[in-house]
Design a protein around this ligand. Structure first.
Ligand code: GLU
Length: 315
């Protein structure tokens, strides 16, 4: 397989062993308690290892993005003392780099056009059977999706929280650019983490099912695979993670100290009472010293108090 040119955003200031982590919110809504837990865990893991902590705005799925949410998210991070390093990378400003990678894959016959509809894929049993691989289609007649062939099993890996994740029979030829012209999450998350030199990814366990696909993509593109750690997601009811759809309550920036304290408790960090702290900086400093990934509950979700959302009252 080919190697895609990669230009790690941090390479001029870091060495190969420097920890580089990131928080990658999608600006489709304001941060809520669940996103704070993810931001805090990735921040603490990076800072406890004297690493770099980046913020990347995952605004690739433009129809889902809400104007002004990027600044609202950054304000909330700042209000909660979660300062990031360097400039925030916006995926919406990276299209040229994504397209270059896709063009290279197509030129090398490693990616192909696919005209199958959702209905056809459902008829295949929901898993794409690769039928356009050899059709040599182009985008000329009607818009096509671009797929990258991933076959075999998703590789096993050791997750920093969940432990050994066995190999999975989940791979299929993935869409890397959608028929509507949008770049797909699975491609750009891999390209960006590589581009930014990210080598540690701490994120919600809802993304555990796609991690095998992402690792397979790293292998195919001959890129260095980061260390993954998946923390439990905060849910309002089983299978209903806090999200805009589940009416998650936006974080109140005036309650930053309390919010961080609750997020620490969620991560089983047993923080002393809030009255012990004089401010957010002191609380975060203590949190960095308390942080130990081994104490994070090895469960995909934790049900949180009904006050985190209006889900129950609006049903
Ligand atoms: N942008 C994704 C989200 O907000 C996170 C993706 C990732 O961490 O890989 O859920």
């Amino acid at each position: 397989m080919m190697t895609l040119a990669s230009s790690p955003g941090c390479s001029s200031t870091t060495t190969a062993t420097t920890y580089v982590g990131r928080f990658a919110p999608s600006p489709s809504g304001q941060l809520h308690f669940g996103s704070l837990v993810t931001a805090l865990a990735s921040y603490l893991d990076a800072r406890s290892k004297h690493g770099i902590w980046l913020v990347r705005m995952e605004d690739i799925d433009t129809p889902r993005c809400v104007k002004g949410m990027d600044s609202a998210i950054l304000n909330t991070l700042e209000a909660h003392g979660l300062g990031w390093d360097g400039q925030v990378l916006y995926q919406s400003q990276q299209h040229e780099r994504y397209q270059q990678s896709i063009d290279k894959l197509i030129d090398a016959d490693l990616a192909y056009h696919c005209q199958c509809t959702r209905k056809q894929i459902t008829a295949m049993g929901g898993r794409y059977n690769g039928q356009c691989r050899t059709k040599q289609l182009s985008n000329q007649a009607s818009p096509t999706a671009i797929r990258y062939p991933l076959s075999g099993n998703a590789p096993p890996f050791i997750d920093g929280v969940m432990g050994a994740i066995p190999q999975g029979d989940t791979l299929e030829d993935i869409v890397i650019k959608r028929r509507d012209g949008l770049y797909s999450y699975n491609l750009v998350v891999v390209l960006d983490d590589d581009y930014q030199g990210v080598n540690h990814i701490v994120r919600g366990a809802d993304l555990l099912p796609v991690t095998g696909t992402q690792i397979a993509l790293y292998h195919h593109l001959k890129l260095a695979v980061p260390q993954y750690s998946h923390i439990p997601v905060a849910s309002i009811a089983p299978g209903r993670k806090l999200s805009k759809q589940n009416h998650a309550k936006p974080l109140d920036n005036n309650q930053a100290l309390e919010n961080i304290h609750r997020a620490m408790a969620f991560l089983s960090m047993s923080p002393p009472a809030l009255t012990e702290y004089q401010g957010i900086e002191q609380l975060l400093e203590h949190a960095v010293s308390l942080w130990n990934m081994k104490n994070v509950p090895k469960t995909p979700e934790i049900i949180v108090d009904a006050q985190e959302s209006t889900y129950h009252s609006q049903r």
